[in-house]
Write a protein that binds this ligand. Structure first.
Ligand code: NAD
Length: 393
């Protein structure tokens, strides 16, 4: 079939297998072009491994450090008539490339929040790797079923304390408009913490520890976004931000519960980027189009792979970690510093429907959005008749 993007709201409902392969290959090339020291992870578990920051972490582990990787994700397989999800194709391409380089690569497809997937992951580690020395937690999900109670919780993207009205960008209609968000109820806050807080990360680490599949001095990190004043009302100080704060609690709990193994747990704060998760958050598409403009002009723009290569080489396995007071690794400094934020604030106050294309990196945002699904990548023939099928084997 000839595959063209089917964009619906903030999501694209199909994906291009060759484009996703190209995107994975571009990230591998970037990692290979960097200098890598000998010391690094050997056996890595990536939870949320198929797209965005998790995929970049997997690629960096494998092609930067030569690590074996086991992944967990939730993706849809293609059929003869329907494409799979981008994460499916990314994983198929990653497996192929890693194995061609003699590296172990396997992926479990299922609900990472369930105890069943945790048990299958433990079995797989015992069988294929023995132990893991790095666990990356990179899930982004709107819902979670608590394995203890069986209750399903949904996350909410709302301000906390008071209502908030702000500009936002409707990517589908190419329209700047105001959005008013009512404050979250306590129940909505609690449920968001249940989904995106640290409970599941902690559960993973405790179960892996109890099963004896964590090596001594194993490291683990979970990803967060902290941002600054412009995004605080809808992110940092909103429901999602409160959920993310719970990761700090979980990091401490993991280290104390697994102190016999000297596990090191840190939250890592990364910069705002176009991913499937961030394009669903009100305000973020507008903020990201403006920040891309400012940071590209400054020459400081980075994508997922550059951020993660920096995180591994400076913080996780380097000797130049940038910490904050909460023991978090900070890779977001080029975005959140006062000078850069002041430039965005000027654009933010000025931006209207009429000048949006001129003031923002609207093109860059759109291209990166389509790239997530394997579209608009250089070197791919989008008129070609391609099979949607791709295997993980
Ligand atoms: P993403 O949507 O690209 O990736 C999410 C991953 O989670 C995918 O691999 C998906 O398959 C997997 N997943 C979702 N639900 C699952 C489930 N129930 N079971 C198994 N796998 C599941 O998202 P992303 O933007 O890369 O986000 C990853 C993390 O990075 C999140 O914690 C996010 O908050 C954080 N982060 C994102 C940004 C940003 O701007 N995108 C910035 C800083 C931090």
């Amino acid at each position: 079939m000839v595959i063209k993007p089917k964009v619906r709201g903030f999501i694209c409902t199909n994906a291009h297998p060759h484009g996703c392969a190209q995107s994975v290959s571009n990230q591998i090339d970037y990692v290979k072009s960097q200098d890598w020291p000998q010391e690094g992870p050997k056996n890595v578990l990536v939870i949320g491994c198929s797209t965005g920051y998790g995929l970049a972490s997997r690629i960096t582990s494998a092609f930067g450090y030569g690590a074996n990787t086991l992944g967990v994700c939730f993706e849809k397989q293609p059929s003869e008539r329907k494409t799979g999800t981008a994460g499916w194709y990314n994983t198929a391409s990653f497996h192929q490339a890693a194995r061609a380089n003699g590296l172990y690569a396997e992926t479990l497809n299922g609900d990472a929040f369930s105890d069943e997937i945790k048990a299958s992951t433990i079995e797989k580690i015992k069988d294929k790797l023995g132990k893991v020395d790095l666990v990356i937690y990179s899930l982004a999900s709107p819902r979670r079923t608590d394995p203890d109670s069986g209750e399903t919780f949904k996350s909410t993207l709302k301000p906390v304390g008071k209502a908030y009205t702000t500009k936002t960008y409707d990517t589908d209609k190419d329209l700047i408009h105001d959005v008013s968000l009512e404050p979250a109820t306590q129940e909505e806050i609690d449920h968001t913490v249940k989904v995106m807080g640290g409970e599941d990360w902690e559960r993973w680490m405790v179960q892996l520890g109890e099963a004896g599949v964590l090596s001594d001095d194993c490291k683990t990190t979970a990803y967060t976004y902290i941002g600054k004043e412009l995004t605080w009302p809808i992110y940092g100080q909103a429901t999602i931000g409160l959920a993310k704060e719970d990761l700090d609690r979980a990091a401490q709990a993991i280290m104390s519960k697994l102190s016999d193994k000297s596990v090191q747990a840190n939250v890592s704060s990364l910069k705002a980027l176009v991913t499937q998760a961030s394009s669903a958050i009100p305000v973020m598409p507008l903020y990201i189009s403006l920040i891309y403009k400012v940071m590209k002009d400054e020459g400081t723009h980075e994508g997922c792979i550059e951020q993660i290569v920096g995180l591994f080489s400076q913080c996780l396995y380097g000797n130049q970690p940038i910490y904050d007071d909460n023991n978090r690794y900070r890779m977001d400094g080029k975005e959140t510093n006062d000078a850069t934020q002041a430039k965005i604030k000027v654009l933010w106050d000025k931006v209207t429907q009429d000048n949006f294309h001129e003031l923002s990196d609207y093109k860059g945002y759109n291209t990166e959005f389509l790239n997530l699904f394997g579209f608009e990548l250089k070197g791919v023939d989008y008129e070609a008749d391609v099979s949607p099928l791709a295997s993980w084997d």
